[in-house]
Write a protein that binds this ligand. Sequence first.
Ligand code: NDP
Length: 452
Amino acid sequence: MTRDQVPTLQEFVEGLEKRNPGQPEFIQAVKEVAETVLEHIRANPKYHKHQILERLAEPDRVISFRVCWHDDEGNVRVNRGYRIQNNNAIGPYKGGIRFHPTVNQGVLKFLAFEQTFKNALTGLPMGGAKGGANLDPKGKSDAEIMRFCQSFMSELYRHLGEDTDIPAGDIGVGGREIGYMFGQYKRITNRYVGVLTGKGMEFGGSPIRIEATGYGAVYFMEDMLKRIGETVEGRTCLVSGSGNVAQHAVEKILALGGKPVTLSDSDGFIYDKSGITTEKLAYIKELKNKRRGRIEDYAKEFGAEYHAGKRPWSVPGELAFPCATQNEITGEDAGVMLKNGVVAVSEGANMPSTLDAVRLFQGARIMFAPGKAANAGGVAVSGLEMSQNSARITWKEAELQRLLRDIMQEIHDRCQRYGGVAGDDKYIDYVKGANIAGFVKVADAMIAQGVV
Ligand code: NDP
C-alpha cells in the first residue's frame, strides 16, 4: 500500500491493533466506524490526504493519574484516574466521567472516540472526551465518595476549564458525585464557572439534564417508528440497566403508551409481565438513587420474576432499549431477540451491542439505532447547560423539552441523510448514517484548521 491508497479495512485494523495492544473495546469502536466510513473516504480523497480517520483514532491527549484517599476506617486507598481528550476540532472537549471497576484506558479511549462523533451529531459545538476511575462505588459511604471525588478533582482540575474541557456524569457518577467534584473545583480554583454539567438546579444545573439521555433514546425510537408509520404505543419494551438512563427511558416509554417489562443491574434482571408502571418506577428511583439497593428487591416487592446473573434479552418483546453498559448484547442474545419478535433497538448505553449483534440486527433488516445517535440527548442538554452557564441564566423547562425533542429529530434526520442503502430504498442503515454524518462535520473542521 502506498500513501496514495486508502487502506483496506483489514490493513487499517491491523495497524490499529499494533498501536493499541490490550484495548479490545477501543479497537471494536474504531473498527465499527472504519467499516462504514472508509467507503466514504474512498469517494472523497481529501479525507485520506489529510489522514482524518488515522488522526481521529489517536487521542489528542491521554492523561492518567493516581487518586489517593482515606476510607472510613482510616486506610489509605489508591485508584487510577484518567481523562482522554480525543478531539476538539468543533468545540471544547466534552464527555462524561465513569466510576466503575472495569474502567481502564482502552474503555475510556473507546468512549472518548464515540463521544467525538456523538457530539458532532447533536449540531452543538462540542469536542469529544471521556474520563473516570477504576473505583467501585458499591458499598462506599457518602463521606468516602466525597473524599474520593475531591482527590480525583485535585488532579483533574488543571486539565479542565469552561472553554477547555467540561466533564459530565456517566456510570457511577450522578448528581451527588458531580456536586462533590464541582465543590472541589471551586475551592481550589476560586472560580465559579460551568466546568461540569449535570449540576444540581441550585448551582447552575439545567432543567431535564437528568432525564435527557433516556428520553432521547425513546424519542429516537419514536422517530424510527414514525418513518414507517408506527408508534411506541402498546408495544412491549425490553429495558436493561436501572440507573439514570434506564429509569428515564422507562418514564418516556410509559408517557408514549408503551409497556416496559424488564430492568437489570450487574447482578441480574427482573421480568414484570404485568408491566412496570409509574408507581413501580418511583420505587426503582428510590431503591437505586437513594437506598442504592439491588434490582432483586423489586422482584420481592412486586412479585416479579428475578433472574440472577442474566440479562433480559431472552424475554419476548418488540422494542429493545439496552441502557446498562458496553457489550451487553452478544450475537447469541441478538439471535434470541430476533426470534422473539424484536423489531427495533435504540441504544441508550454506549456500544451495548457487540459487532456480531449489530450484524445480525442489520442482516434481519430491523431498525437499529447506535448509541452515538440514540443516546446523544444527554450530551445535547449538557451543551445547553453550558450555554445557560455562560449567559448566567436558566431557561424554562418547556423550552428545554422542546429543544431536546427537536435535536433528537435532527439527529435522526442526519443519520437518514447518510444512511441510505444501495438497492434497498426502504432500509436506513443508522450505523452508517451516524458514522458518516459525525465524521464529515469533524473532518471538515480538522481540514480547515490544518495539521495540528
Ligand atoms: P448508572 O450508573 O446510573 O447506571 C448504570 C446501570 O447499568 C446500573 O443499573 C448498573 O448496575 C448497570 N451496569 C453497569 N455496569 C454493568 C456491567 N458491567 N454489567 C451489568 N450491568 C452493569 O449509569 P447511566 O445510566 O448514566 O449509564 C448507562 C449507560 O448509558 C452507559 O453505557 C453510559 O455510558 C451511557 N450513557 C449515559 C449518559 C448519561 O447521561 N448518564 C449519556 C450517554 C450515554 P449496578 O448498579 O449493579 O452497577
